[in-house]
Design a protein around this ligand. Structure first.
Ligand SMILES: Nc1nc2c(ncn2[C@@H]2O[C@H](COP(=O)(O)OP(=O)(O)O)[C@@H](O)[C@H]2O)c(=O)[nH]1
Ligand SMILES: [Mg+2]
Length: 296
């Protein structure tokens, strides 16, 4: 454990409207793919912490679901509560905005941030901005909204300018010993990460409706020697969705499972045997009992 005199350690919330790159940024800061990402909004449903330890500082980054606005359900009520809760306990807030688009939703997120906490703006996707001069009025507009601790252009996908971002954050971490050992990357266990990898492939491979009607449950997880044997169930709302998810002759589910397995093997560092079943469970996203079982 890294501690001793001069050590700083604190919690850093990563917030922002959907699809600005929060989870991509968390992965880049941690140096491993622990939080799932996709082009679709509202891919992230759980609070997940990613840990980065360097000489003199440990950062506990907390990824959050973006505020959910599209699908009204008990699931989304729980997700919005998770974002608010994540903000109350942190030392620093990083608000991620897309350098190409500053919208009413971005303003709404910034307006919700607690006063009196250091807030750093990460102006993301800078790799896609051709004319950098176009950024100046946008930066001025954002800077006028409140007193930010820093405003730093980055590309989470390319990993550029992240040291500058970390340096700005480190200035606001409170002094104190590390909370995690320096080889720990996340506060979540392999069971959770396994379910998330499956959900990520579903978000990436299916159209606009099915991912939002889907949840993943790990039925069993056994770890012996170098082999993890995992049995997972994908819950869907309707029989028609089940058929689409499985695909012709099981082809789609096979592709989803094999990609998820590859991610698990690379993060866990060992062989994985993965068995995935699809089950119809109507109304899971509005059932309190089911949501609690799924960890929302
Ligand atoms: N070009 C570019 N794309 C990015 C960058 N960061 C994230 N993305 C993409 O934006 C999409 C949404 O990212 P994600 O991390 O899931 O967003 P979240 O909803 O805020 O967590 C994904 O397709 C990412 O690959 C970046 O720096 N540059
Ligand atoms: Mg996300």
């Amino acid at each position: 454990m890294a501690d001793g005199a001069g050590m700083r350690c604190g919690h850093v919330a990563i917030v922002g409207r959907p699809s600005v790159g929060k989870s991509t940024l968390l992965n880049a800061l941690v140096g491993a793919r622990i939080s799932i990402t996709s082009r679709k909004p509202q891919t992230t449903r759980h609070r997940i912490a990613g840990i980065h330890t360097q000489a003199g500082a440990q950062f506990v980054f907390v990824d959050t679901p973006g505020f959910q606005t599209q699908h009204a359900s008990k699931l989304n009520e729980r997700l919005n509560r998770a974002v608010r809760d994540a903000l109350t306990d942190v030392d620093v807030v990083v608000v991620v905005v897309d350098a190409n688009r500053f919208t009413a939703a971005d303003r709404a997120v910034i307006a919700l941030l607690p006063a009196g906490k250091p807030v750093i703006v990460a102006l993301n996707k800078i790799d896609t901005v051709k004319d950098k001069r176009a950024l100046l009025p946008r930066i001025a507009e954002i800077a006028a909204m409140r007193d930010f601790a820093a405003l730093i252009p980055i590309s989470a996908e390319r990993g550029s300018d992240l040291p500058a971002l970390m340096q700005a954050i480190a200035l606001h971490l409170p002094p104190g010993p590390a909370l995690y050992t320096d080889d720990e990357l996340t506060d979540r266990d392999e069971r959770f990460l396994a379910a998330e990898f499956i959900r990520e492939k579903i978000f990436r491979q299916l159209g606009d409706e099915i991912p939002y009607a889907t949840a993943v449950v790990i039925e069993s997880f056994q770890h012996e020697n170098d082999l993890r044997t995992i049995r997972a169930e994908v819950l869907v709302d309707k029989a028609s969705q089940r058929a689409i998810l499985i695909g012709e002759g099981g082809s789609r589910m096979k592709a989803i499972a094999s990609q998820a397995r590859a991610d698990m093997e690379s993060l866990f560092g060992g062989r994985v045997f993965l068995d995935v079943w699809v089950r119809v469970k109507s109304g899971w996203s509005d059932s309190d009992a089911m949501l609690t079982r799924l960890g929302y």
